[in-house]
Design a binder for this molecule. Structure first.
Ligand SMILES: C[S@@+](CC[C@H](N)C(=O)[O-])C[C@H]1O[C@@H](n2cnc3c(N)ncnc32)[C@H](O)[C@@H]1O
Length: 509
């Protein structure tokens, strides 16, 4: 990754204090104008659906991301815009103003997807109101129908797990139309685990047209340190570990993370995006400063979107119990602030960092046979390699695994393959370590290999997962496609003691 290609922040937020009513960080000078949020869309009684207080920050992020896209100069191929993690449809309301500002972008369909059924409901209402209202407000004698975008809203879906070929849109099983742009504002950090981030990026890549554009804004270093300290203090010190006999109101250590939100610094996320079949055209990490009239407003803001993630270690609590726990965290947060000099009634300023990235889907990948030079299989099948690469990789995500290798080294001397065996190991070991039977002190994985008829290398990988998944589902779609193109055979068999063997037939060169 070269840093030069990242445009520098043009204008950082001004030093004057921003108050809650004026959240928008003035980071980049925008080349387009939007009406006031309060004027964008109103319900049937004339009440605004979005306000500066409720949606100011999200709207500012959307504008910055759109500006970055415009500045990247990337053309948009034919097709729809997919709003990934559309929430309650803020982008639906902003998009006509941003899109019709640039005649070359033209009329588009906008498809919204979100995990949360309630958000989807509101997004549908917003879509209806906006499509009608914008057309009415842009009628002219030459264009009596006015300008409009067409909106489609996807039933609730997890972007990391969606079946991109059989997608349900407006209650109909359809499959997506051609997608020119995947737009995702303030969503990606909610997909916490790196493997799920990769899965979502693979899905974005697979739905995009060649030359399609990916625009992502996400937290680079999210939750306030003082709030996280309060969270950790309450969960770990106040609750102690869950035990059905002695401490039924404790917390489950599994599922506890010191920061449950998957913020990532710019360089890491750029690498992930590039690894997933995109070229990053522009990316910036910007500080955004927000002053809350009262720090409790911050705690409520985190609760609105984050309580599910934060309260993952207490799935056995009732709604009231969870509410009380959130109250305890908030109290501890205020205590920490008081110790640092904050006084009741005073505002509180917090600076967070946000990434903005614009990328383009890479041209069609050349088939692996043409692309990859044959590699000796001994470079993969050797204890030193396994220990150096996979143990390090797995322990980075705070997992550990004992890997044992068995086979006849002499049999594989001089044997080569064009298949990237690393793809296989990486997927199986990641799965095995994230799904291992937790009573085991340490998950164990046994790899056996043998050469079959000089044509193929048979790899048997034994793991003991809690959830037994079929072999195909362990791979990201792009990786699976690559392995299938290289004619790798794959199957699984169940052995004794909960062990499952995943077997791969790797063609030799
Ligand atoms: C902070 S809101 C942003 C909403 C909208 N993009 C905006 O700018 O106003 C984050 C949204 O991401 C959605 N979300 C989080 N994880 C998701 C996932 N795995 N799949 C789909 N949506 C997800 C949440 O339901 C929420 O509506």
């Amino acid at each position: 990754m070269t840093l030069e290609r990242f445009i520098k922040p043009c204008e950082f937020f001004s030093s004057e204090t921003l108050v809650v009513a004026d959240l928008a960080p003035r980071i980049i000078e925008h080349s387009f104008e939007l009406p006031l949020l309060e004027e964008l869309v109103k319900d049937t009684e004339g009440r605004p659906l979005f306000t500066q207080i409720s949606h100011g920050l999200q709207a500012a992020n959307q504008m910055t991301l759109w500006e970055l896209y415009l500045r990247s100069g990337l053309p948009l191929p034919k097709g729809a815009i997919l709003d990934a993690g559309c929430g309650d449809g803020l982008f639906f309301a902003l998009a006509p103003h941003m899109v019709f500002n640039r005649p070359e972008i033209g009329r588009r369909r906008v498809i919204g997807i979100d995990l949360d059924p309630n958000k989807i409901k509101t997004a549908r209402i917003v879509a209806g109101l906006i499509a009608k209202g914008f057309a009415e407000s842009t009628r002219t004698t030459e264009r009596p129908e006015g300008l409009s975008l067409a909106y489609l809203v996807q039933d609730p879906q997890d972007l990391a797990r969606m079946d991109t070929e059989h997608i349900i849109i407006n209650w109909e099983k359809k499959g997506l139309p051609e997608v020119a742009m995947v737009w995702s504002n303030s969503m990606f950090h909610w997909i916490r685990e790196p493997e799920n981030k990769y899965a979502a990026l693979d899905n974005f890549n697979s739905v995009l047209q060649p030359g399609g554009v990916l625009c992502i804004s996400m937290s680079a270093g999210g939750t306030a340190r003082d709030f996280l300290d309060a969270y950790n203090h309450v969960i770990i010190l106040q609750l102690r570990g869950y035990d059905s006999q002695h401490n039924p109101r404790g917390y489950h250590r599994v599922g506890f993370e010191t920061d449950p939100i998957g913020s990532r610094p710019l360089d890491e996320i750029v690498n992930m995006i590039e690894e997933s079949g995109f070229d990053v055209a522009a990316g910036i990490e910007l500080p955004e400063s927000i002053t809350y009239d009262d720090p409790r407003q911050y705690s409520r803001a985190v609760e609105v979107y984050g309580s599910k993630a934060f309260l993952r270690p207490v799935p056995h609590y009732s709604k009231a119990g969870m509410r009380k726990l959130w109250g305890d965290i908030e109290q501890e947060f205020l205590n920490i602030l008081r110790k640092k000099g904050w006084k009741d009634g005073q505002p509180w300023t917090y600076t967070q960092f946000n990434n903005y990235i614009v990328a383009v889907k890479k041209a069609e990948v050349v088939s692996p046979e043409k692309r990859v030079a044959p590699v000796p299989v001994t470079s993969f099948l050797n204890e030193r390699f396994l220990n150096a690469s996979y143990k390090a990789m797995l322990s980075q995500s705070r997992r550990n695994m004992t890997i044992s290798l068995s086979g006849n080294q002499e049999e594989v001397e001089g044997v080569e393959t064009t298949v990237n065996i690393h793809d296989i190991f990486k997927a199986i070991l990641t799965y095995a370590t994230s799904n291992w039977v937790r009573e085991d002190v340490m998950p164990v994985c046994t790899i056996q290999y043998r050469v079959a008829g000089e044509q193929s290398l048979v790899l048997g990988i034994d793991v003991k997962p809690t959830e037994k998944k079929p072999v195909q589902s362990l791979f990201r779609p792009g990786v699976l496609k690559r392995l299938q193109q290289s004619n790798v055979g794959m199957s699984h068999t169940d052995l004794e003691n909960g062990i499952r063997r995943y077997e791969f037939n790797v063609p030799l060169f």
